[in-house]
Design a protein around this ligand. Structure first.
Ligand code: C2E
Ligand code: MG
Ligand code: MG
Length: 415
């Protein structure tokens, strides 16, 4: 942030004023992603002009008491005093979006840009300038993730700030647990293995979903620690099974971890230590990986596959790179995302799409696993389509690894 001191002192002044008046105010961070592109395409002087215009558009849509600051190449911070409630702040956001519905005419050719913004409110979202700016920034990240233009900070994000030390400590002290969710061979109607899913009961937050702590740990070194923990804990349980078992265990890998040096050696080393054959393990990678990571991941995964480990593309059908993945990825199976499976009953065209995915996968020598099977009808449809494996609450919920082993250690049961 360019003039952070200036912005922070303006926010401090609003905090002081609100202590007297009891009034709410909002900190809005606005990013105009197209601005940078104007500089790149038309030159820096055009870029500067466009930035001036953007500044003017923002100013025009605000009240005289509001303040605007530049906060970086393509970002602005707007302070909105005397907000009655959250809707009042969102309304200001909507006005800003509307201001940008006209092209920026100052440039060589009129250029349309779309702002994205995040909003935090005082007092509910933070007591200090630092906290408010960070939370508005988190809301902006969330807006970009969701493809929305304006997002209000959600208090559940507060977990993120307290997470690092807590999660690190929980990992170091081995206080996370591994759950196994059964995976069924749909065609032969028998247990085929399980997916390993991390569970964290935090003394402060209760049960924290991996959907929260995994993305968070991906932002730091914690993802390596989490993955190492998950590999070792899963393999320790697998090693306790009778040697004759023919179950396969899926472990989730973040693409960020895959591109770290020594990853393959670590996994292979762990397989040797626990005496687990590589063919008993499936490495799951989500399809939403950044394309940037693709080349590196492909190399790493190819080495794992050469070693005998199975590779599954997780959540297939939700990402944007499905076809590119299929062309390049050394995958051995596709896991069809639960959003598609859940919609099959009510949407005949989605059922057709799933059938087509199963056929396509088979043509490419990939096996298919349907995620999120919640009822018998969906299961029947999938059996009929020739889908190989299935997973979902109808077939078995994630359960403590020891319970799974007690139930399925001696194989052959039906659900
Ligand atoms: P995933 O790999 O796609 O795992 C499947 C998720 O779907 C699990 O959520 C599971 O509980 C849930 N699920 C299974 N069957 C059903 C169903 O019938 N209906 C519905 N609605 N949901 C079902 P969970 O355990 O919350 O995990 C969320 C995600 O977090 C996982 O998605 C995976 O990407 C990630 N994750 C979990 N454990 C780990 C881990 O140890 N390491 C890494 N890197 N990621 C993990
Ligand atoms: Mg998975
Ligand atoms: Mg999945």
């Amino acid at each position: 942030m360019l003039n952070r001191a200036q912005i922070f002192s303006a926010i401090d002044a609003l905090i002081a004023a609100s202590e007297v008046s009891g009034e709410r105010f909002a900190v809005l961070i606005l990013r105009v992603p197209g601005l940078r592109e104007i500089s790149l395409r038309f030159g820096y002087s055009q870029g500067d002009q466009a930035e001036e215009m953007a500044h003017a558009l923002i100013r025009q849509s605000l009240r005289p008491c509001d303040e605007v600051f530049r906060a970086g190449d393509d970002s602005f911070i707007v302070l909105l005093p005397t907000m009655l409630n959250a809707n009042h702040a969102l309304l200001a956001g909507t006005r800003l979006v509307q201001a940008f519905e006209q092209p920026l005419n100052g440039t060589a050719s009129p250029w349309l840009v779309r702002p994205v913004m995040g909003i935090a409110l005082h007092p509910e979202h933070g007591p200090s300038a630092d906290r408010l700016c960070r939370r508005a920034s988190m809301a902006l990240d969330e807006a970009q993730r969701r493809g929305e233009l304006c997002v209000l900070y959600q208090p559940y994000d507060t977990q993120i700030e307290i997470f690092y030390d807590e999660l690190r400590e929980a990992l170091d002290a081995n206080r996370l647990r591994v759950f196994f969710q059964p995976i069924w061979n749909l065609q032969e109607n028998r247990i085929a293995g399980a997916e390993s899913l991390a569970r964290w009961s935090s003394p402060h937050h209760g049960e924290v979903s991996p959907a929260n702590f995994v993305p968070f740990s991906e932002q730091s070194d914690l993802i390596s620690v989490l993955t190492r923990w998950s590999v070792n804990t899963t393999l320790r349980h697998v090693a306790s099974l009778p040697l004759s078992h023919d179950l396969r265990f899926a472990i989730n890998f973040s693409p960020r971890v895959l591109s770290r040096p020594g990853m393959v050696e670590q996994l292979i080393g762990a397989l040797e230590i626990w005496g687990v054959p590589p063919t008993a393990v499936i490495v799951e990678i989500t399809e939403t990986t950044l394309v940037n990571d693709l080349e590196m991941s492909v190399q790493v995964l190819r080495r794992l596959r050469d070693h005998g480990v199975h590779i599954a593309i997780d959540d297939f059908g939700t990402g944007y790179a499905s076809i590119a993945y299929l062309r390049q990825f050394p995958a051995t199976e596709l896991k069809i995302d639960q959003s598609l499976i859940a919609a099959m009953n009510s949407e005949p065209h989605t059922a057709k799409l799933v059938r087509a995915i199963v056929n396509m996968a088979h043509h490419m020598d990939l096996t298919t696993t349907a995620e999120g099977i919640e009822d018998q009808h969906t299961r029947n449809l999938l059996v009929d389509m020739g889908c190989d494996f299935g997973q979902g609450f109808h077939l078995g919920r994630p359960q403590p690894a020891l319970d799974f082993i007690a139930q399925f250690g001696s194989i052959g049961t039906t659900p």
